[in-house]
Write a protein that binds this ligand. Structure first.
Ligand code: CYC
Length: 184
């Protein structure tokens, strides 16, 4: 498992080189923008149960066969496993956002997941859709532009500093995209 710092060390060591200019510049911005990263993690983790349950509900709403006999969210035991998997995926994404590196997500969550799902008959496309909804909702939370229209009675305005979140948004988005592509 790597993070932005250990990744720089591993990459320098593989070239038998000292940590140099470009690597230090990228670490400098990692530190300078650290509070944005912490806010992003906090806002996803703090809204995780809402983000997960909304995504699974949305996935089922669009494909109700999932909760009928023969569907992979039927009976409740499977529904619970699906919600749990949504939480697992989102949790590993928060770890990746925190460390600025996807390896924790790749190694501990995605490695072998597609094969596991294939063996269990868990539909990959539906999982991808749920992850896509979690992505939209998480990125809205990072940018603090989640709305009452989207969230209904569960709407919660997040208290955090306003600023340019474009870099952390696209980085966080890339971790969701990794999950989707690992499952397709
Ligand atoms: C550390 C990381 C980690 C991951 C990622 C993980 C995933 C994981 N999901 C599983 C099952 C499952 N996963 C789902 C998920 C879904 N079904 C659907 O229709 C939806 C599309 C989707 C939810 C979005 C379901 C229904 C099962 C149970 C399948 C079965 O027992 O038939 C299983 C099989 C064992 C079990 O049931 O607990 C594993 C290992 N476990 C882990 O420890």
């Amino acid at each position: 498992m790597l993070d932005a710092f250990s990744r720089a060390v591993v990459s320098a060591d593989s070239k038998t080189a000292c940590i140099g200019g470009a690597e230090l510049d990228s670490l400098k911005s990692f530190i300078a923008d650290g509070n944005k990263r912490l806010d992003a993690v906090n806002v996803i983790a703090g809204n995780a149960s809402c983000i997960v349950s909304d995504a699974i509900a949305g996935m089922i709403c669009e494909n109700q066969g999932l909760i009928q006999a023969g569907g992979n969210c039927y009976p409740n035991r499977r529904m619970a496993a699906c919600l749990r998997d949504g939480e697992i995926v989102l949790r590993y994404i928060t770890y990746a956002v925190l460390s600025g590196d996807a390896s924790v997500l790749e190694d501990r969550c995605l490695n072998g997941l597609k094969e596991t799902y294939a063996a269990l008959g868990v539909p990959l496309q539906s999982t991808g859709r749920a992850v896509g909804i979690m992505k939209a909702s998480s990125l809205a939370h990072i940018n603090n532009n989640n709305t009452e229209a989207q969230a209904g009675s569960r709407y919660k305005k997040n208290e955090m500093a306003q600023g340019d979140c474009s870099a952390i948004t696209s980085e966080a988005g890339s971790y969701f995209d990794r999950v989707i592509s690992a499952l397709s």
